[in-house]
Design a protein around this ligand. Structure first.
Ligand code: BGC
Length: 442
C-alpha cells in the first residue's frame, strides 16, 4: 500500500534493527566476569545465563525472526572470552562460528553492527587486573582481539561498536548490582578511564586494518534529575551524576582528557568516532539519601495506573530520548548517529507498543530538525538474560519460553515489522497510539 501523506516517514535507507549481546542470549559463556558474578549468587532468583536463549545453537532461527520483523540491520556482540579463552590463545572454532553467524546475516541482507565489549570480560584478563590495570601488555590483549576480528571480518562487517555504555561498566564499581560488584568510587573512575582508552584502542586498531570500517562508541545518555527539586544537595548531586555518567565521557572523547584528569591528554581519543551510538532508556532521579540514590521512578505519582512503569521499575521518558539525541548531536555535530538501543522491559506488550511509538515520534522530531540519525535498533530482538535481574525483565519483540526455548513474535514485534517495512509510521498506527506526554520537554 502506498504511504499516506500524513504518515510519519523516515529517511531513505534508514536502518531498522534490533540489538542483542552475546552473554544475554548465547548460553555457554562460562569464561567471563559475569559468570563469576553469577557464581557469587548475584543474580535475581538465582537465574543462570548458562543456557540463556541457546542462541549459540539457534541463531539461524533467530535471524529468520529478524527477517520476519523486516529488519535490515542487527547489532550483536562477539564474546572476547570465547575467541580468546586463554591469553594469546585463539579458539579458531569459536571464531569460525561467528563467521558463520555473520554470513547468515549477510545471506539475509541484514547489515551487521558488531560490539566488541558489551559488559563481559575474560576471567583470565580480570585475573590480571581487568579494568584496573592499564599496563601496555595488558591492554594489548584487547587490541589483539580487535585486530583478529577486524582482519577476519574485513569486507563483511563495516560497522563496529567499540564499548557498550562506559557509564554502566563503571556502575559495577559503584554498586553490587553489576559485575564485578565493588563499591569504590576511586576504582570506578579508574575503570571508566580504562574503558575510554580501550575505546581508542579499538577504534585505531580496526581502522588500521580496515580504513573503510565505521567505528563508534555506544553511550547511554541518562538525564539525572534531583529527587527533591527543592533540595540543594539533590540538585548538586544530579549535576555530579550527570558529569560522571555523561559529561566526563563526552569530554574525554572531545578533549582526550580522561574523567577527572586535568593535565594529561590522550590524543588518541580525539576524533575516535565515525559515528555516535546512542542508547536511551528511562527517567532517573538521584538523591543524597542512599536509599533513593539513582532511583527509578516507581514511586512517581505519574507512574500510576494510567502511566505504567517498566518491569524494572523504570519510567519511560520519550521526551528525554529527544533531549539525549540533541545533547549528543550538540557534542558531536558532525557525526552521524545511530540509536543503538532503546526499549522497555515489561510483560505488558500493549504498553511496549505505546512506548515504542512515543519514542519513534521523538526520534522523528529530531530528524525533522536536521539531526543525522541513520538507524534505530530496538532492544531487544528476543527476551533474554537481563544481567543481575535474570529473566525477570522481558525486553524482547519476540517472547522466549525459557523452558522450551519456543519463540513467539509479540504484537509489538508485528507492529515494529510494519514500521520497518514501510519505513514509516502509518496514520492508522498514529491514530491507534495518540501521543503520550510523560514529562514536558524543559
Ligand atoms: C544494556 C543491555 C541491557 C539493557 C536493559 C542496556 O544498558 O546495554 O545489555 O539489557 O540496557 O537493561
Amino acid at each position: 500500500m502506498p504511504a499516506q501523506s500524513n504518515d510519519i516517514h523516515f529517511p531513505k535507507g534508514f536502518l531498522w534493527g534490533t540489538a542483542t549481546a552475546a552473554h544475554q542470549i548465547e548460553g555457554g559463556n562460562t569464561n567471563n566476569n559475569w559468570w563469576l558474578f553469577e557464581k557469587k549468587g548475584k543474580i535475581k532468583n538465582n537465574d543462570s545465563a548458562l543456557i540463556a536463549c541457546d542462541h549459540w545453537n539457534r541463531y539461524k532461527q533467530d535471524f529468520d525472526l529478524l527477517k520476519k520483523l523486516n529488519c535490515n540491520a542487527y547489532r550483536m556482540s562477539i564474546e572476547w572470552s570465547r575467541v580468546f579463552p586463554q591469553p594469546g590463545t585463539l579458539d579458531k572454532k569459536a571464531l569460525d562460528h561467528y563467521v558463520t553467524m555473520i554470513d547468515e546475516l549477510l545471506k539475509r541482507k541484514v547489515t551487521p553492527f558488531v560490539t566488541l565489549f558489551h559488559f563481559t570480560l575474560p576471567i583470565w584478563w580480570c585475573n590480571e587486573g581487568g579494568l584496573l590495570n592499564r599496563d601496555r601488555e595488558h591492554l594489548e590483549h584487547f587490541s589483539q582481539f580487535c585486530r583478529v576480528l577486524a582482519t577476519t571480518f574485513k569486507g563483511k562487517v563495516k560497522y563496529w561498536n567499540t564499548i557498550n555504555e562506559p557509564s554502566i561498566v563503571m556502575l559495577g564499581y559503584l554498586t553490587d548490582m553489576f559485575a564485578p560488584g565493588e563499591k569504590n568510587i576511586a576504582k570506578a573512575i579508574k575503570a571508566l578511564g580504562t574503558v575510554m582508552l580501550m575505546h581508542a584502542i579499538a577504534y585505531h586498531t580496526i581502522k588500521s586494518v580496515d580504513p573503510y570500517a565505521k567505528v563508534g562508541i555506544v553511550h547511554n545518555v541518562q538525564i539525572p534529575m534531583p529527587y527533591n527539586p527543592k533540595s540543594i544537595m539533590d540538585n548538586l548531586l544530579a549535576k555530579f551524576v550527570d558529569y560522571l555518567f555523561n559529561g566526563a565521557i563526552i569530554r574525554a572523547l572531545q578533549s582526550g582528557k580522561l574523567p577527572f584528569q586535568i593535565f594529561s591528554r590522550h590524543n588518541e581519543l580525539v576524533n575516535s568516532n565515525d559515528f555516535i551510538g546512542l542508547n536511551f532508556y528511562n527517567f532517573i532521579r538521584v538523591s543524597l539519601k542512599l536509599k533513593d540514590l539513582a532511583t527509578s521512578a516507581t514511586d512517581n505519582p505519574l507512574c500510576g495506573t494510567d502511566k505504567l512503569c517498566a518491569g524494572l521499575g523504570w519510567e519511560p521518558y520519550p521526551e528525554g530520548f529527544y533531549l539525549a539525541i540533541k545533547r549528543m548531536h550538540h557534542a558531536f555535530p558532525n557525526l552521524p548517529m545511530y540509536i543503538t538501543e532503546n526499549g522497555i522491559g515489561t510483560d505488558n506488550d500493549a504498553w511496549r507498543q505505546n512506548v515504542l511509538i512515543d519514542h519513534l515520534k521523538m526520534m522523528h522530531k529530531a530528524l525533522q530538525e536536521g539531526i543525522d540519525i541513520k538507524g534505530y535498533f530496538y532492544w531487544s530482538l528476543i527476551d533474554n538474560f537481563e544481567w543481575a535481574q535474570g529473566y525477570m525483565s522481558r525486553f524482547g519483540l519476540v517472547a522466549v519460553d525459557f523452558k522450551t526455548q519456543k519463540r513467539t513474535i509479540k504484537p509489538s514485534g508485528k507492529l515494529y515489522a510494519q514500521i520497518a517495512k514501510a519505513n514509516a509510521i502509518s496514520s492508522s498506527i498514529l491514530k491507534k497510539f495518540p501521543q503520550d506526554i510523560y514529562r514536558p520537554i524543559v
